[in-house]
Unconditional design. Structure first.
Length: 263
């Protein structure tokens, strides 16, 4: 029976590299079989949780479980790695997930890393986002995967913290970033970013008040960060070299990424 179960699981997982989209809510007592956990530090590592009590009780964002990492007295060196994902333009070129911290005074931070070869620690040489520090409420994060179109990638949540607290991840999803005009009109959360391509000043209009904007290169390196307290804002990008960049817009609901082109 065990062998039959393993065969069925493999049959279900094999289509991932061909199928368009992927959703993982971690709703089981163990980490899903298609994920890889690399524990290179403290004895504790990524596992699934139903609840955790810190300065705020962490229940799942949806479903019965979520992926979580608890503090350790010595440093973590831990990766939670997704299955292989074939990035297809407009089909599977967007990453979204929800995350929440156990406390604001001892807030965990994680890096979002990319491997284009194997799901091993040494292969995660690209950083999609560095030092992500979620608040103590479930917050959605969105990242652009279009720089990897045509490639097979692995996505990892990486922690190297020591004796901090707890962080949760839920509802990991790979989907398409291309929206029709009608879809954009329906998505009231999408910011308006213009002109794009941009020469000097980039304008940003958002439904909610923007708290922070940041610009990264395609390796995830932070190039610029600005605080904002308005639905509308501008950022001068004249100092950037011509090329493609990722703009991240943070408001009270989520952090969303937009690809911008500097002329």
């Amino acid at each position: 029976m065990r062998k039959i179960y393993q065969f069925l699981m493999m049959a279900l997982l094999m289509p991932l590299s061909m199928s368009a989209q992927y959703l993982q809510s971690f709703d089981s007592d163990t980490v899903p079989a298609d994920w890889t956990i690399i524990n290179g530090g403290d004895s504790g590592t990524w596992e699934t949780w139903t609840t955790y009590s810190a300065s705020t009780t962490i229940l799942p964002h949806s479903g019965s479980h979520y992926l979580g990492l608890k503090y350790g007295s010595s440093a973590h060196d831990d990766y939670a790695v997704s299955p292989a994902i074939v990035v297809t333009a407009g089909v599977s070129d967007k990453l979204t997930f929800w995350s929440k911290n156990g406390g604001s005074s001892l807030a965990e931070v994680i890096d979002i890393k990319i491997s284009t070869t194997t799901p091993t620690a040494a292969a995660f040489t690209n950083t999609l986002a560095a030092a992500v520090k979620p608040p103590t409420v479930w917050t959605q994060y969105t990242y652009d995967l279009t720089p990897y179109v045509g490639q097979t990638i692995y996505i990892a949540f990486y922690s190297s913290t020591t004796d901090i607290w707890f962080i949760g991840i839920d509802d990991f999803e790979i989907s398409g970033s291309n929206l029709s005009v009608s879809d954009v009109n329906k998505d009231k959360h999408t910011a308006s970013v213009y002109p794009n391509p941009v020469q000097d000043v980039l304008h940003i209009k958002n439904k909610n008040q923007i708290s922070e904007i940041s610009i990264h290169d395609l390796t995830g390196k932070l190039l610029r960060k600005e605080n904002m307290n308005s639905e509308n804002g501008t950022v001068n990008v004249s100092g950037l070299s011509p090329g493609n960049y990722l703009l991240q817009v943070k408001d009270r609901e989520a952090v969303r990424s937009y690809k911008i082109i500097k002329k």
